[in-house]
Design a protein around this ligand. Structure first.
Ligand SMILES: NC(=O)c1ccc[n+]([C@@H]2O[C@H](COP(=O)([O-])OP(=O)(O)OC[C@H]3O[C@@H](n4cnc5c(N)ncnc54)[C@H](O)[C@@H]3O)[C@@H](O)[C@H]2O)c1
Length: 405
């Protein structure tokens, strides 16, 4: 039987799912009988492709679920604040779910999804698609086999550029809370969430459940005129004694390929988003693996289908695997308590095409220096940096900051 998928959200990043689904349909590996979105353009290529191939459009996703009880799984690619209610509801109605990242904003929400998945016996995979890349799996295999010795520090770096039109694309972009619901949109929860999640997996030697954050110290900044953070440095201690350092910005002039550096007693590994892995052993030997372009989202779809059929045992990224990520994210906001606006004198705002580009002076150099020395920005001579407190996550079970917004 060809698995049947339903898609919720077909614009924005949902369009990427639409494309994956159409490609898999063309190969005969999947069928899409229904999709839901409150806003569709009949001229949209994904809309036309899905309808032409026999999928029915709904504006109400619950009506879609009620009318298609034979769906093998439902993809949820909607705004962040809808992830928890939609995932819980869809699981409770008896469907497997493929949920966009971040799976939930707060620890109480991710715990509710985990519990619902357990109660219902339904799978909940999360589209942290970079967990499926061959270079990343190779890195975890090598760590597991002891190739790098004991891992004591993992450093994730993401330096990207986002102009004002990025924040204008959807009403929740750059918000902490939208319509009364947490979003905490920013580098940690959105564009660079993959790096933080992969750092936690590496710290747990291939399993983020074995690297539970116990303490977090974070500095959260904004260069753009937004509510949320667009620049951050975070230090996380895990219960298996690994230190994770995570540095991000969306205020650079260009994109730098995001990467993770793993420091072990026998050597160092450098993994990048470009599906490359370099191992530098302390004896001077270097080994490089390069796997080229891989369809990471397709891997996630095939893996979910295989696990559902019992042909594979483990999801690349299950909802349980994401708990450490949500804990780290909540801990970062608890540690900083607010988002610190970087004073205008350290920022350049320029017109670029029909939008505005925002840069923080020398942010790439600051991140490089911090990441190489294992320091937070306030521990370096950075004029705009503000020091914060360490936050213990011992027994932590509820996030409730910013409720006055
Ligand atoms: N995995 C990745 O690499 C990656 C990359 C980018 C974005 N994302 C994630 O994708 C998700 C969507 O982000 P976006 O920027 O596309 O958001 P968006 O605000 O553009 O919304 C996505 C779609 O959901 C639809 N939608 C909104 N409310 C709905 C409802 N009640 N029922 C049905 N459809 C509804 C919207 O009309 C839109 O088509 C976010 O969680 C984001 O973090 C993931």
């Amino acid at each position: 039987m060809v698995p049947k998928v339903g898609l919720v959200g077909i614009n924005g990043f949902g369009a990427r799912h639409g494309k994956v689904i159409l490609d898999l349909m063309q190969r005969g590996d999947i069928e899409c009988t229904a999709f839901a979105d409150i806003r569709v353009d009949p001229e949209n290529e994904i809309y036309k492709g899905l309808v032409t191939n026999g999928a029915k459009h709904y504006t109400d996703y619950e009506e879609m679920l009620n009318n298609h009880d034979d769906l093998t799984f439902v993809v949820i690619a909607t705004p962040i604040a809808l992830h928890r209610p939609m995932a819980v509801n869809t699981l409770r109605k008896g469907f497997n779910v493929l949920l966009e990242k971040p799976p939930a904003v707060t620890i109480q929400d991710v715990d509710e999804i985990i519990e619902t998945s357990r109660d219902t016996g339904k799978l909940c995979a999360v589209n942290f698609q970079n967990t499926s890349l061959r270079s990343f799996l190779q890195l975890n295999d090598m760590i597991e086999q002891g190739e790098l010795g004991d891992i004591d520090r993992v450093v994730g770096v993401g330096i990207l550029k986002r102009t004002d039109d990025y924040y204008e694309r959807t009403p929740w972009a750059g918000k902490l809370i939208h319509n009364g619901n947490y979003v905490l949109d920013g580098t940690i929860n959105n564009p660079l969430a993959h790096i933080l999640n992969n750092c936690l997996i590496v710290a747990g030697r291939g399993d983020s459940k074995k690297a539970v954050p116990s303490e977090v110290q974070a500095e959260l900044y904004k260069g753009h005129k937004i509510e949320g953070e667009d620049t951050a440095c975070v230090r996380i201690c895990t219960d298996n004694d690994v230190e994770i350092l995570f540095y991000t910005t969306l205020c650079h002039k260009t994109h730098v390929t995001p990467y993770i550096v793993v420091h072990g007693t026998k050597g160092k590994a450098i993994w990048t988003y470009e599906n490359t892995l370099k191992i530098q052993y302390i004896d001077g030997k270097d080994v490089i693996f390069s796997y080229g372009r891989e369809m990471a989202m397709e891997n996630i779809y095939y893996n979910l289908i295989a696990v559902d059929r019992g042909a594979e045992e483990r999801l690349f990224s299950s909802i349980e695997d994401c708990r450490s990520f949500v804990l780290a994210s909540n801990g970062a906001f608890e540690s900083c308590q607010r988002v610190i606006a970087i004073p205008d004198e350290h920022i350049v705002r320029e017109k670029e095409d029909n939008t505005i580009a925002t840069y923080i002076y020398d942010i790439d150099k600051i991140i490089l220096q911090a990441s190489q020395s294992g320091k937070l920005f306030s521990e370096l001579p950075v004029k705009w940096a503000v020091s914060t407190e360490r936050f213990s996550l011992d027994g932590y079970s509820e996030f409730n900051l910013f409720t006055d917004k």
